[in-house]
Design a protein around this ligand. Sequence first.
Ligand SMILES: C[S@@+](CC[C@H](N)C(=O)[O-])C[C@H]1O[C@@H](n2cnc3c(N)ncnc32)[C@H](O)[C@@H]1O
Length: 315
Amino acid sequence: MFQHISVLLNETIEGLNIKEDGIYVDCTLGGGGHSEQILKRLTTGHLYCFDQDLTAIEAAQKRLSLVSDHFTIIHANFVHLKEELHQLGVDKVDGFVFDLGVSSPQFDDGERGFSYNYDARLDMRMNQQQSLSAYEIVNTYSYQELVKILFKYADEKFAKQIARAIERHRMDQPIETTFELVDIIKEAIPAPARRKGGHPAKRTFQALRIAVNDELNVFDKALNDALSMLRLHGRIAVITFHSLEDKICKYTFQQVTKEPDVPFNIPVVPEYLKPRFKKITRKAIVASEKELEDNHRSHSAKLRIVERIYEDEKG
Ligand SMILES: C[S@@+](CC[C@H](N)C(=O)[O-])C[C@H]1O[C@@H](n2cnc3c(N)ncnc32)[C@H](O)[C@@H]1O
């Protein structure tokens, strides 16, 4: 049973301003919660859904089929969205959704190795066909590479201590499981620090997951490709779950919506300098009190939306 409670569902769907004959793309199908609501609002329109996880696709396929057949599921990383959509004859899109990160079933499936709460082989691949897994990173990356990953992707204060402990342990035998890694992390972090700020392995696991799935680079590229494919008045809604993802989204939206610096002696802003997009959310939307109570995943969620307001060859 694939159970994932969609985050900021109403806010996202309302924010997309869906047209019944529009072309929509859900870049992160997951359990199909956002897709289902989009599909319900389409008559002659079509929905394209991406996910790199076959388990998610199987479950969502069934759920969406109960609504209509106006959808196509693409088993691919959304980093390839432009090529994949072009191949299907889609060049312009009325709305994109990115609901980043992993789904609850991925996280709660002990076998996938995403969680420090379940003992499993170190894995963390969203795409089960990918070769790089957390096992390779933990057992083959150099001390410097490990420190860099832990600093860059999780701001881990004890990055050096943890990397050193990993190096020491893997000299005897490979580190195979999540629980072995959790013990190594606990040992590396000084006792007083271990007792505050949540689970001691939280940051290391976040950093490894981002590295395994190259999450930040992939999102950055896909977001820019989505902007370039957006039709006039089309919108992009992005839900992020940690500050690094949100930074990319905020910065990108800032860049494409910013008013140009026009010299004061030029009274009218030339067309080619005008921003192509406007922000629909001035500040990120966060979960309501009710949603925070009902779904713990919503605590770190932030929703940002932009709309294309000008279309020309500049993109
Ligand atoms: C948070 S869940 C989406 C949940 C969905 N919105 C719902 O309401 O059920 C994120 C999903 O996106 C997928 N995903 C994350 N990054 C991806 C990427 N780069 N390419 C394709 N799918 C990705 C994950 O496999 C996961 O199934």
